[in-house]
Design a protein around this ligand. Structure first.
Ligand code: ADP
Ligand code: MG
Length: 256
């Protein structure tokens, strides 16, 4: 795909709830193949920003363009179909399904034959199912779940369950991945492993990533660019090093 197709352009986005401006004229650009972190104290508007990008909330004003397509007003499934995959902060896996089944669900939108044809065991459908299973194995291998494909996802350690979610999103073959606090609740080892997988998603697969994350170590190591929000406003932006030394950012975190 043309890399210009994967630029995310957020322009002057405002989100108002009754009596409260959760996002106030926020703008930033996510370059193709980069990790862009959105940080800020509690209540800054990070989750609201994600909800706008994935179509759960609609911006009161402003524009969100992905590869030249206006996303504002599109339903979440339409945005997903354009190649924007979202991983939620809390686990959303069917607990009894195996890892392989959970990942096959991620390929659902790419399946042409449909489940009826698969159920009837039509040869074309089984060929397609086989192709999807091959890709599921590749992706499981990529995130380090190759040995867990036949285990119920709900029985895996928390860190691995989060990797299943990441792998399921990758199974949609996205161009842009929205990660909401991917290492929250993880052990130090799980954090390190997950950060390495996320870096690999960018470096090996060329997928752009918007990352909301509280762990500053992860942000500083992974992000190519950072947008800092406070009380719904963009108060700083730049490389991790630039943002880290910005007095407005220091003030926002100390004042929180
Ligand atoms: P963050 O994720 O940075 O902690 P949020 O985006 O969740 O911040 O919240 C930003 C502000 O918007 C907060 O004051 C929050 O209470 C408010 N808010 C978020 N979602 C809603 C909603 N659906 N209705 C009303 N207020 C909301
Ligand atoms: Mg939040």
């Amino acid at each position: 795909a043309d890399s210009a197709d994967a630029t995310l352009q957020v322009t002057d986005v405002t989100v108002r709830f009754a009596g409260l401006t959760a996002l106030d004229q926020v703008s930033f650009t996510v370059e193709p193949g980069s990790v862009h972190a959105v940080i800020g104290p509690n209540g800054a508007g990070k989750s609201t920003c994600f909800n706008v990008l994935s179509g759960v909330y609609r911006a009161t004003s402003g524009s969100v363009r992905f590869g030249g397509t206006e996303l504002t007003g599109l339903a979440p499934h339409r945005i997903a179909a354009l190649g924007v995959a979202r991983i939620f902060q809390n686990l959303a896996l069917p607990p009894r399904a195996t890892v392989a089944d959970s990942l096959m669900l991620g390929r659902h939108r790419l399946t042409r034959a449909g489940f009826l044809a698969t159920g009837l065991r039509l040869p074309s459908a089984s060929r397609e199912a086989h192709r999807h299973l091959e890709r599921v194995r590749e992706i499981a291998d990529f995130v380090g779940l190759a040995d867990d494909l036949d285990r119920p996802a709900g029985e895996l350690p928390y860190g691995k369950q989060k990797l299943v979610e990441l792998a399921r999103a990758l199974c949609m073959e996205p161009k842009l991945l929205l990660l909401d606090e991917p290492v929250a609740g993880m052990t130090a080892d799980e954090r390190r492993d997950t950060a390495a997988v996320v870096a690999g998603v960018r470096d090996s697969l060329g997928i752009s990533i918007v990352l909301v994350e509280h762990d500053m170590g992860v942000v500083m190591r992974l992000a190519d660019a950072v947008t800092v929000l406070d009380f719904g406003k963009r108060i700083a932006g730049g490389t991790p090093a630039e943002v880290q030394d910005d007095p407005a950012v220091v003030q926002a975190y100390l004042g929180a």
